[in-house]
Write a protein that binds this ligand. Structure first.
Ligand SMILES: Cc1ncc(COP(=O)(O)O)c(C=O)c1O
Length: 492
């Protein structure tokens, strides 16, 4: 470019068409790529110059390098064989929303810095509230991730204690008791991380044991609260999980909510993954009891086909959230406070991307019926896969499958005799077998599964959540797993 200022618009149009053509081809044929990137460590770094360009480079060369250097280093979350972690989709309507959001480049910190950004967020989140079956009174805000949503919710819970922590902090205060937060031993690490950030510390986190179906044991929760009160500590918050990360187990929220009400504790529900299932009429009960929660997080970027990042925090106590976070310097005063919502008051960050746009486009383009059928389809595919596991003599399921994630492992007959190790919960030979099986299966390039540990056992996880995944892909995953398992068994 031999001028100052942005790229000329005609050049932008040409490059944008090339980019959209590339994306369209990519969406049409994601299976062209190995799902798990095959690059060696440092390959991407070494393909890039160590110092920045001193003069302008042609956009076509940059796009060429995107295809040549960046794409090979991509693990394809859009690949229909992506079954790892929680499988997600940046759907077409969502990508269009991102495109407009990038082009508009608004910062939605205040209502007046883009009224549509604030009001579309309010309306879209109220639609989502209705779809999830949450009552009126739950007010929403979009954050980047569930980790941050939960951090903000727990900050509000701490603020609600009236210990004047906002003004006086926590350090050097002998008057403050140890604050205790309760969650299950299956909760996501983001909850403990929030405790690290908020001065609760790992010492204040109680990981309540779970039942055989990996759900929080409410009797143990009650016992832990009593013990902490007896010790002079201050219980303040319980985090229940609807859809735990390893197994998608669902904590008994109605019973937990009753404990919270009796004990006057803030109830936060982490429904980051599974909350979306409540859109399906037959699965609405996944959020049973959540109407009693003080706050709840659900991530449209997990199972609602919205490109990452988009996490929604709902709260029935917005005054505690804004009470914890609102801090308005003069330059951000608009004189309209009170009449309108300024989302900068609802969390840590001042600057806010226009994330509501993509969620609005997704909700409109699929509609409740479309969203619900897609989620129900994923659950059905997981059921099918779970049935194959159950029928196979050399595989077993290691957890119930309430939603779209299956936890299982191979148990070759030749290794089953290792009962002493098994009794000790070790299953070392079986664990090693499954580790190697996962490595080989993922090396196929056709599928990508991840793992967890359940009751000391190395566990394989197959998570379905991608709109491009069909029965054919799930069947192929099973075929690769059984073939590789048989091959590995023959090598024993
Ligand atoms: C149950 C649960 N909560 C929270 C998170 C964290 O999500 P995020 O990446 O949006 O912070 C995850 C991630 O998988 C999760 O499974």
């Amino acid at each position: 470019m031999n001028h100052l200022g942005d790229m000329p618009v005609e050049e932008f149009r040409r490059a944008a068409i090339r980019a959209v053509d590339w994306i369209t081809e990519y969406f049409a044929h994601p299976e062209t790529y190995p799902v798990l990137s095959r690059v060696e460590p440092k390959a991407v770094k070494e393909a890039l110059p160590a110092s920045p360009p001193s003069s302008a480079e042609p956009i076509d060369e940059i796009l060429d390098d995107f295809e040549r250097i960046v794409v090979p280093g991509i693990t394809h979350w859009n690949h229909p064989g992506f079954f790892a972690y929680f499988s997600i989709t940046g759907s077409g309507p969502g990508v269009l929303g991102e495109l407009f959001s990038a082009a508009l480049n608004v910062n939605g910190m205040l209502w007046q810095t883009s009224p549509a950004a604030t009001e579309l967020e309010e309306v879209t989140l109220d639609w989502l509230r209705q779809l999830l079956g949450l009552p009126v009174g739950f007010e929403g805000v979009i954050m980047d991730t569930a980790s941050v949503s939960s951090l903000c919710a727990i900050t509000a819970a701490r603020h609600a204690l009236d210990l004047d922590i906002r003004a006086r902090g926590m350090a050097g205060r002998p008057d403050l008791p140890l604050l205790c937060l309760y969650t299950s031993d299956q909760a996501h690490s983001s909850i403990e991380k929030a405790a690290l950030v908020l001065g609760i510390g790992q010492r204040g986190v109680r990981k309540i044991a779970t039942d055989p179906a990996f759900r929080m044991d409410v009797t143990r929760l009650e016992a832990a609260i009593s013990a902490d009160r007896a010790a002079g500590y201050r219980p303040f918050c319980v985090v229940a999980t609807v859809g735990t990360t390893s197994t998608t187990s669902i904590d008994p929220v109605p019973a937990i909510a009753a404990v919270c009400q009796r004990e006057a504790l803030w109830l936060h529900v982490d429904a980051a993954y599974a909350g979306s299932a409540a859109l399906v009429p037959e699965y609405r009960q996944v959020l049973d009891g959540c109407a009693m929660a003080d706050s709840l997080v659900v991530n449209p970027h997990k199972w609602l086909f919205t490109p990452i990042d988009c996490s929604v925090l709902y709260t029935r106590r917005p005054d505690d959230l804004t009470g914890a976070f609102s801090l308005v310097p003069e330059y951000l005063r608009s004189g309209m406070d009170g009449e309108i919502r300024n989302y900068m008051d609802w969390g840590v960050s001042l600057g806010r991307r226009f994330r509501a746009l993509k969620l609005w486009m997704v909700m409109r383009a699929f509609g409740q019926e479309g969203l619900s059928k897609r989620i129900a389809g994923h659950i059905q595919l997981a059921r099918q896969f779970a049935a194959w596991v159950d029928e196979h003599p050399e595989f077993e399921r290691l957890a119930p499958t309430p939603l779209s994630t299956v936890c299982f492992r191979a148990v070759p007959a030749a290794l089953r005799s290792d009962t002493a190790a098994s009794a000790a919960g070790g299953d070392k030979a079986i664990d090693d077998f499954n580790r190697e099986l996962l490595r080989r299966v993922n090396a196929s390039g056709e599928v990508f599964l991840s793992h967890t540990t359940l009751r000391g056992r190395h566990t394989l996880r197959l998570a379905i959540g991608n709109l491009r995944t069909t029965e054919r892909h799930v069947a192929r995953a099973w075929e690769i797993l059984t073939t590789e398992s048989a091959r590995l068994t023959s090598e024993l």
